[in-house]
Design a protein around this ligand. Structure first.
Ligand code: FES
Length: 314
């Protein structure tokens, strides 16, 4: 699947990967602010670092002079990170001031992003928050006293709602509010939760329930879809039954998630509980491809087909 990127996004991406002067791919040494965000499960992870010009007496007047990022991600992750760094440097922001940059501004700077790639702009804002948190600790700034209430990682810990992307209830609830997300599709577009097997959509305490709680809607009276696959504790299956079940699970749960990111998967062979697979499309060459196979594909097959299955890339 080819994504419809704006001309500006494509250009920013090309400039960044070729290291054109003025671009920001890299890391600030001995950074004043250091933050990370993302999940290696889906190949998206971002490290954000910045340097400030320190004010002699008032750290609140520190100004960011240099911003850099490292990312395991695709075109949009790189372009959105570039946009964030450029906006910060050109705006001569203080670290606290930089938090005012929204993901909508990043998307606007890029001339738009496909809806399925909005999460890349959200990821940059999260990494920036973490870096500002780190700067505040180093500079002895009490963010809360200055009206800034950042979430540290501990506050996002809790019950896992979306197993495929390891996303917790506090984190998803927070992003629903912050980004004004109104549907499951919007949640998936913004933070990826719900974008793989889909079993977290309508499960009790799942994405729809969180939406209903946050926005005060009545619980849906629609029938909740029954689990689409039998548990891994069913009676032993013959090799041909296992093969068919693997294909069915890939079609129903795995392929849609890979298509979401422009990739695909082919089963080459199944032997002695080992599923030999080949990723294709946008997954080829992706730094997160192995993690996707082991953490997303293998986990889903173990969950839906047989707990003894292992996945190997060929
Ligand atoms: S558990 Fe959320 S997409 Fe699979």
């Amino acid at each position: 699947m080819a994504w419809e990127y704006s001309e500006k996004t494509r250009q920013i991406f090309m400039d960044a990967v070729h290291g054109k002067p003025g671009t920001h791919l890299g890391e600030v040494e001995n950074a004043d602010g250091f933050g990370e965000h993302g999940s290696i499960v889906c190949g998206d992870a971002l490290r954000f670092t910045f340097r400030v010009q320190r004010h002699a007496s008032d750290p609140l007047q520190d100004v960011i002079t240099e911003a850099r990022y490292l990312t395991f991600g695709c075109t949009s992750a790189i372009a959105a990170s570039e946009a964030l760094c450029t906006l910060i440097e050109q705006g001569h922001f203080t670290p606290i001031g930089a938090l005012q940059i929204t993901n909508q501004e990043i998307v606007k700077f890029l001339g738009g992003l496909p809806a399925q790639k909005i999460h890349c702009s959200v990821m940059g804002a999260e990494a920036l928050e973490a870096a500002v948190f780190n700067w505040a600790q180093k500079r002895g700034v009490d963010l809360a006293q200055n009206g800034v209430h950042l979430k540290d990682k501990g506050e996002d810990e809790g019950r896992i709602v979306c197993k495929c992307f390891s996303m917790t209830e506090p984190y998803i609830r927070r992003k629903i509010k912050e980004l004004n997300l109104r549907t499951i599709a919007e949640i998936t577009g913004a933070i990826k939760a719900g974008g793989a097997c889909g079993s977290c959509h309508h499960a009790p305490g799942g994405l729809q329930d969180l939406l209903d709680e946050v926005w005060g809607r009545k619980p849906s009276t629609e029938a909740v879809p029954a689990p689409a696959a039998a548990s891994a504790t069913d009676a032993p299956l013959s090799p041909i039954q296992i093969y068919k079940k693997i294909e069915k699970t890939i079609d129903e749960f795995i392929r849609p998630a890979l298509h979401h990111d422009g990739g695909d998967l082919e089963v080459v062979d199944v032997k002695d509980n080992i599923v030999y697979c080949r990723l294709s499309g946008a997954c080829v060459g992706c730094p997160g491809a192995n993690a996707t196979l082991k953490l997303m594909v293998e986990r889903t097959l173990k969950d839906k087909v047989d707990a003894n299955l292992k996945v190997i890339a060929v």
